[in-house]
Structures are given as structure tokens and as C-alpha cells.
Design a protein around this ligand. Sequence first.
Ligand SMILES: [Zn+2]
Length: 700
Amino acid sequence: MMPSHSLRRFIFLSLTLCALIACSISPTSLPATIPATLTRVPASRPTSAPVLPTPMLTLPTPGKDLRQSAGAPVRQVSLRADLDYFAHRVRVQETISWPNRTGVALPHLAFDVLAARRPGVFTLTSGSVPGDPSATFTLNGAMLKIVLSKPLAADAVAVIAIEYTLDLPPIPRDADGTTGTLGWSVHQMNLGDWFPAVSAYRAGWAAERNPPHVVGETTAPEAVDITLDLGVRNAPDGLQVIASAPAEKVDGRYRFGLTGARSFALSLGTDYEITQATTASGILVRSAYFRQHAAAGRAALQTAAAALDVYAARFGPYHHRQLSLVEADFSDGMEYSGFYFLGNEYYAEYDGTPRNYLTAIAAHEVAHQWWYDEVGNDQAHEPWLDEALCIYSELVYYQATHPDLVDWWWDFRVTRFKPGGWVNSSVYDFAAFRPYVNAVYLRGALFLRDLRAAMGDAAFLDFLRRYRAAQSGRVATSNDFWSLLETYNVPNLARLRAAYFTPLPSPARTPIVQQSRTAPDPEQSSACTRPPDDTTRVQVDGHTVNARTLWMLKLAQRLYGGPGCILCVVQGSYAPGLKESFGTHDSGGAVDISIRNPANLDQVLWDEAPKMAVAMRRAGFAAWYRPTGMLGPDSGAHIHAIAIGDPELSEAARRQLDGPEGYFRGLDGVPPEYKGPHPDPHGGPVICPWMIEMGYKDLR
Ligand SMILES: [Zn+2]
């Protein structure tokens, strides 16, 4: 996002799978040719897409041991979708073939269902696992959990068949990359993040660990081979379909295939003008825009095509055979495999020069085809791995195409925002977009600038190429980045790293499900580490809490790392009868935290309070900033927190977790007598695997 394999084989997995699960796709054979374009295209350089041979792939038998199969099976998603354009409704049959390469037996699978972020959009109508009739399907917020009747053995293949309906919402007027990518406007119908997607498994499923958040992307998608068979009815004449891959039209339906992809997006409409170009390396680039923005739409096409060549020459070849960009009825940009949206505001502001967001973001989103799509990452916990590289890639684009604009770019994109913060922050460290961008993107760009200066251009580019090649098709981690970098002779690397990165081990590369009930020293622990089960009473700042709560406060203080003081308790636990706490502090696990500057108690750290609350959430509290007067005329500003899973919670405290006003419902715990509840001001719960083990779950 911006503030924001070529088609090796065209696999009609759907056909093969349907033989297994009896869905209703007629087994027609493929036509010999694929039309170059779907619609009238005033192409700048008309081209004919190459037609590749299309060998059929045989699906492994469900549950069959991979070691007995010839060649490693790939992860496959087969989609059959029927869109009623007028009704804004899509009915989908999806089949996922997922070989278990985790090395461990898995009792359940978890998929990201971003379409379920908004109520009323995603309705699961059926789910089945061939050979396992008692498998259960549960949608928890934006996560689909499939519990198998017996664990999926390491190296076995799970086949999951689900059916669902999408009732596309109107795109709101102030839409962004979260709310505009799935929905319709008078100009377009967008299908981004529309199907349940396979998430990475690393000591637990990313889909369970990464709830949607107000800031940034949160998925860690696996690379999959995708086929889509799309039927459209009740559409006006002249409907245009722009997608992550070229379409072929068979019996009135559109068919697509994309290999090694993290996603598959489409945009449909009747108002697009489409121009296209072919890059020096033979990639077809298509730009779809609204007629009043024709100059901007053509400029975005030229930028995208040039950026593809610049990046291919420096990072390695583009791994699909087509790239589409679509003017979006929402702000910012959003990347998908082989496709991106670019906000209409950038087109409207386009000034005929390369000195603007249209050009910079068009180049940024192209870079996501390397950093996000070819090399995947956990976008919630390690967003710098794609975003820092993508914003820095903007500079690489300008250096190659407009070297006179390099100083302009640094000022326009980075230095004027006076960036601060740790590059390796997680999206959950932020409650607002600008501080997130400043830390992860902008300081990330500064880090890469300094790294390149330390290494020299040739070694820096060699490193990026080798990192891309080594991580192609994988979900890379920070550890992968640093281990490869350490094989280069980088002067002062440790000092450079310490200037931009917290020493905090990233949860994505640390096993975060603790097997032992005695948790390690909080100084040695990461976010989502399960706290110890120790309810010994201890004193903090003259207030009583238990040892478990104190451990969590210490972890939160370290995760936070800012000027505020999370150990500055102003109200402890085991304090019955406090009127404005309505019983939540009567027993264990409850604390109120000061937001005053410990170095100057006259100063209230207003801007720090949300960051402190988010750090406390990562340490296992349900924590909310309570502004002055929220709970009565005498209540001062503070952070109220309940230690999730504390064995001695009062009834009122427990109610703030999963009761009607609870944290896990995306609410703020304020009961109706105090005019609550309100939506969670910090973007929804942080749900750690140990909470799920204890029986908590996303109730939104
Ligand atoms: Zn981005």
C-alpha cells in the first residue's frame, strides 16, 4: 500500500477439483488462442499477448503423502465466481489445495477473510473437506478457522471447498485502500481482497495472529497458483474487466490464471479508457482511467512501464507477463499481484510533470510486484520488508529516469515529514497513518540510503538481487534480510542497524506460543509472549497488582520504548469500591496508568497515550486511553487496562474483555450507564495465540 513467473502453466484446477468435490463446472477444453484484450482498447502500441501451452496439472489426492508424489505440489486456489452486476452480488465457489509444508501436524487451518472486515459483505454458505465430513468451519471476524477431525499430517495435502456470497457495499465518499478496494461506485466495481486467502504458518497461523487494524495491511499471504472462472450477468453493454492476469473468454465467461501470486484483483466498469504498452522486456502494461484524466492515465502508464524496466534491470525479472493499473474511486494506492489501484486524487492533481504523487506512487506500486508479490512478508509485524523497499524503489526509479529530481524526491517524499520511529515497528504500534508511514516507510528509506552509502552501489544492488532470488515465492522475514546482509562486508552495520531498528525480536521470527507456563524474563520476551501464571501480590508505585500483571507492564514498557511510563500505576488491582471503575478494579488484573511525563509531571503526553495503549495490548492487556471526564466530572485522562486471562479478574473486568461492551468485540468496555460502549479508539483487539488457547476469540 502507499500512503499507500510468467504464466508458466495455465492450470484449470477447477476442472480437476470438481471431479473430486462435485461442483458444477462443465469440463470444457481450452481454446487454442487467448484474445489479446477484452474490449476496445485505444492502445498506444497494440500487442497480442503470447499464447502459452497449457498443460493440465493433476491435483494430489487429498491427504496423500507428498513424499509419494512426483514433484512438490503447489498451493492452489480455484475460484468460480458468478457476478450479478446490477445486484452487486457475487456467488463464489472456492477450492483451496494446501500442501502442509510446515513440518508439523496441524489440527486446524486458518484463512484471512478480509471481505468479512465489514458486516454484511461476506456470507459463508457452505464448507467441506473431502474425506473429512466432520470438519467444522467458523468465521471469527476476518479469520476463517477450519478444524479437522484429525490433524493434517506434515507433508499431506488439505483440500478445502467453500461457498460464499459477497454483497458488495457502496464505496464510501472518503474511502481509502481498506474500504475502497471491495465495493462499487458509479464508476467502477472493485474486487480486491475478496476471497479467503491462505496465510503463512509460522509457529501459528498469521491469520490468527494478525487481526485487521486501522493502520496498514495485516496479512502474510502465501504464494499460490490461482485460477478464476468468472461469469457476469445483468451488466451494461461495453463492460470492461481489468484484472491481475489476462482473460480469455470461453462460452461467455472470463477465465484467468496467475501463478506464484499473493492475491487476485479485478475492477469492472463501463467508463474506462484503457491504454497499453509493452516494455522492453515484453511485459504488457495496461492503464485504465476515467476519460477526464486521460493525460494522467497515459502518464501513469508510461511511469509503470518504465518502472518495470528499471526494477527488472536492478532487482531481477518481473515474474508475471502483464501488469494492470486502475484509477480508483478512493484515495492512496493498493497493490495486488499483477495489478494495482491508484487513487483518483493523484490523477486529478496531475500537473504534466513527474514531480507529483501520481508518478511517485505509480512507481511505488510497481515495486510491490517485487516486494510483497514475488517476495512476500508478514505485512502486520514486519511491514518494513515491503514498504521500506517500495518507497526506496521510488528513488531508484527517479535516479534512473529523472536524475535531476532526486533532491526533489527526498524532500517531497521523506524529509519534509521529519520522520521518526523504529523501522521494524508493527502496524499494531500505531493508531494513525502518518506516524506509521514516518517510522516504517520514511525512516526505512533513510536506512536503505545509509546502507547503500556504506556498502557501495554495486554491493547494495547485488544484495537486493540475491535477497529477491533467495526469497522468491516465500514469506521472507527480517531474519532472512539480516542473515543475507551479514554475508556482505558492511562497515559499521551494527551501529547502522541500531540507529533504525529496535533490538526487540520480531514476533514473526520468534516462536510466540510458549509451551512452558513459566514465561521468560519480560526483558527477553516479545509481543504476544504468554505471561506467567503468578498471582503473588506485589507493589508498584504504592499500588497492589499481581506478579503476572507486573510482568506484563514491564513487557509493555519495553515494547513501547517511548517517553511515557507504563509502570506508573495510578490505580492498582484488588481495590474494591471505586465508583468510577464500576467494579473492574475489585480483584486481579486491572490497572490504570498515568500518561504524565515521568521526567516532568506537569506535562501530559497526549500523543503518547495511544502508543502506550497499543504497546500494552501487544503485551496482553485490553487497554484503552480514557480522556479527561469520560467517566464522570472528576475522572482524569489515563489508560485503563485489564490483563487478559488473569485468573482473578472481577466479573466487571471480565465483562470488559468479552462481555457486551468488550475488547474482543471491538468496543471500549464502557457500560451503558456511562454512555458506552463506543467503538475501540485504537483499532480493535490484538489477539495473540495464547489468548485463543485460553478460550478468548475475536467477537467482532
Ligand atoms: Zn506500499
